[in-house]
Design a protein around this ligand. Structure first.
Ligand SMILES: *Cc1c(COP(=O)(O)O)cnc(C)c1O
Length: 340
């Protein structure tokens, strides 16, 4: 596996912090009295939901875009989710054209969300693969720069700025709970936080269905996972056939990985809403889900969990808050009204 140390160090994250200032915001770190009392230790929430696009991915995108030359004809990616939003926003902030490629299957609300951020949306084919091909064509034929969602040193360094903010505000943090998908978020935060404080414990958390990084870390190599609908939809997807950085980084720097069920995520979203008064997407709630399910028995405090995004369908959010059943593809997740 690659020696990531040749490409990434604390300096890259420090440089990213300066590069993204003015586009991404330094987000609040706030106490959760409820989770603290449940866990028997201080638990803090890092509110990446307060970013201008409602998710942390603006950090990596802004950093990757910051190094492009002034005469760059634009940027592209094929994400329908938070990465697409981050690329669209950061490109507009730099005055660059952004072309986000998506398949015909993407819901209209997501398409409109990206357009509203000033990007061009190109709808191509019936799969993410075909959308990806169009993105590569734009790179080859029109000279646009592709901004990768996680496996890229500038993207990882951008996400890592969260680690610097966490330890600036609370040098006494002992544990970080980080939603884990492609691993850019966990790798970046772990890199920065461990450079500052080697003993800090980093725990990556995924849903138990289709957890690509978890499976790859267990197997010691990239393995294909089936993508299934989940409340934590922003944690879905594979690592890419030629993963170069995030798998070795997570293998070396993430101390533990934990999986949570859809029911546990459902309850954690209710808990963030009713107790913390916060709206967040399923991918954000996995830290609380693991805590509330008793899956972190040896956790030490103070601990921080990253609320990574809040971009979800508000109708689904309302259903979950009311304790109603929700449909996830072929699966119906039974509802459960919230009780503390
Ligand atoms: C992308 C994303 C993640 C996971 O980040 P990776 O770098 O892919 O591990 C977690 N939460 C939200 C809200 C996201 O958009």
């Amino acid at each position: 596996m690659s020696d990531w140390r040749r490409e990434l160090s604390l300096e890259n994250v420090t440089a990213a912090r300066a590069a993204i200032a003015g586009i991404a915001v330094e987000t609040p770190l706030v106490p959760s009295p409820f989770l603290s009392s449940m866990a028997g230790m201080e638990v803090l929430l890092k509110l990446e939901i307060a970013q201008p696009i409602g998710a942390f991915k603006i950090r990596g995108a802004a950093n990757a875009i910051s190094v492009l030359p002034g005469d760059c004809p634009g940027v592209t990616c094929c994400s329908t989710g938070n990465h697409g939003r981050g690329v669209a926003y950061a490109a507009r902030a730099r005055g660059l054209r952004a072309v986000i490629c998506m398949s015909e299957l993407v819901p209209e609300a997501k398409v409109e969300g990206i357009r509203a951020l000033g990007a061009e949306v190109r709808i191509i084919g019936r799969s993410q693969d075909e959308a990806g091909k169009e993105s590569r064509r734009l790179v080859e034929e029109e000279g646009l720069a592709e901004i990768p969602p996680f496996d890229d040193p500038l993207v990882i360094a951008g996400q890592g700025t969260i680690g610097l903010e966490l330890l600036d505000s609370r040098p006494d943090l002992e544990t970080l709970l980080i939603p884990l998908s492609g691993g850019g978020l966990a790798a970046g935060i772990a890199l920065a936080a461990k450079a500052r404080k080697p003993g800090i414990r980093v725990i990556g958390i995924s849903m138990d269905r289709g957890a690509a990084m978890y499976e790859a870390m267990q197997a010691g190599r990239n393995v294909a996972v089936e993508e299934v609908p989940s409340l934590a939809d922003s944690l879905g997807g594979g690592l890419g056939a030629d993963n170069r950085l995030t798998l070795p980084l997570c293998r070396d720097l993430v101390d533990e990985t934990v999986l949570v069920t859809e029911e546990e995520i459902y309850r954690a979203m209710q808990c963030h809403y009713y107790e913390d008064r916060i709206v967040c997407e399923g991918g954000s709630a996995v830290g609380a889900a693991a805590m509330l399910a008793g899956k972190l028995p040896s956790m030490k405090g103070p601990a921080a969990t990253i609320l990574s995004g809040r971009n979800l369908d508000m109708k689904m959010h309302a259903d979950i808050m009311a304790g109603r059943a929700v449909r996830l593809g072929d699966l119906t997740l039974e509802g459960q009204p919230y009780h503390a």
